[in-house]
Design a protein around this ligand. Sequence first.
Ligand SMILES: NC(=O)c1ccc[n+]([C@@H]2O[C@H](COP(=O)([O-])OP(=O)(O)OC[C@H]3O[C@@H](n4cnc5c(N)ncnc54)[C@H](O)[C@@H]3O)[C@@H](O)[C@H]2O)c1
Length: 376
Amino acid sequence: MSPISTSRNYSIATIPADGIGPEVISAGVCVLEKLSSLSGTFSLSFHSYDWSSETYKKTGAYIPHDGLDKLKQHDAILFGAVGAPDVPDHISLWGLRLSICQPLQQYANVRPTKIFRGTSSPLRNVSPGDLDWVIIRENSEGEYAGQGGRSHRGQLWETATEVAVFTRHAIERIMRFAFETAKKRGRGKGGKGKLTVVTKSNAQRNGMVLWDEVAVEVGKEFPGVEVDKMLVDAMTCRMVLDPKSIDTIVATNLHADILSDLAASLAGSIGIAPTSNLDPTRANPSMFEPIHGSAFDITGKGVANPVATFWTAAEMLTWLGEEEGAARLMEAVENVTESGVCTRDLGGKAGTKEVTEAVCSELEKLFADKEQAWLA
Ligand SMILES: NC(=O)c1ccc[n+]([C@@H]2O[C@H](COP(=O)([O-])OP(=O)(O)OC[C@H]3O[C@@H](n4cnc5c(N)ncnc54)[C@H](O)[C@@H]3O)[C@@H](O)[C@H]2O)c1
């Protein structure tokens, strides 16, 4: 089934999963329902799947045998977070999240970051507009290819390998996606796009050198896009010291995973940043999730920041073709942060519920203003 529906009714699979996942996903569903009812131009139907670490502990599996077939029947997937204190992280991540992304070929992981109005960066002299990036993460192989093994367990000579896999096919497709993203954003010289290719090709002399070579080859298809190349360690310094010099970044599965947590924190909090796991061919539904994890330390306290899930929901709507609804949702969220209604990770005092209610009220106001303008 194609993720784009012509009737503008969208079927969304939700997988709240663990920790604060259920709290932020129910907040996300709440604002999406409010938005679709106010807009009247599209509708969403949600189907929730209770695949979580609790399910794993009860049944021995995160996803039932026909789970992926069920997901394929939806237009998009809205995911919370997976991870529980009593399940090893490699079991939970591979059991749920990677078991969806990899078989559904969601090879492009897209992670935008910006400073919202009314919030501040921990960096000095950096204001909204100075930090506005998108990180493109290769999402199907690399350091998370699942290749490797352990032998001689418990012996002094115990051995483990974690083999990073880089194929020309996967590098080419993510590089092309990154160049297209940079071009569409239109920053850099002459507004034709700006892309930074991040590798570690001084120390990792095979896979990372292939990345650099493919970047040069694919770059020839995008002559206007300004390209530069950074080693990942130096990139962390540039992100902190010269954020204005960056626009679109492309990096491997591991490097971009780390850089995007840094990016979110530099923009104010990991509680605001979204992720899209896209199958750009649209053969499979894409999956949308906040960047953050299940946050055991704040689970059940009602203080989780729902903004990352709201931005995630907006990215999902954009992917489904509902750009206007997505823009309205982001406007409402930023009006709310600007008004000072924020959770404590952003320096505020509000809880998840208050922020969600404030965004719903702001949506009502925006739609009422639009109606008035139309009548006038
Ligand atoms: N995509 C995923 O499902 C995903 C991603 C990262 C981590 N995890 C898992 O989550 C668990 C906890 O991992 P972690 O502690 O490294 O990362 P985490 O993102 O869960 O938490 C890191 C810190 O950020 C805070 N935080 C996170 N989200 C927040 C929000 N919305 N509002 C306010 N504060 C927020 C937490 O309270 C914590 O102090 C582990 O099991 C890990 O494997 C899952």
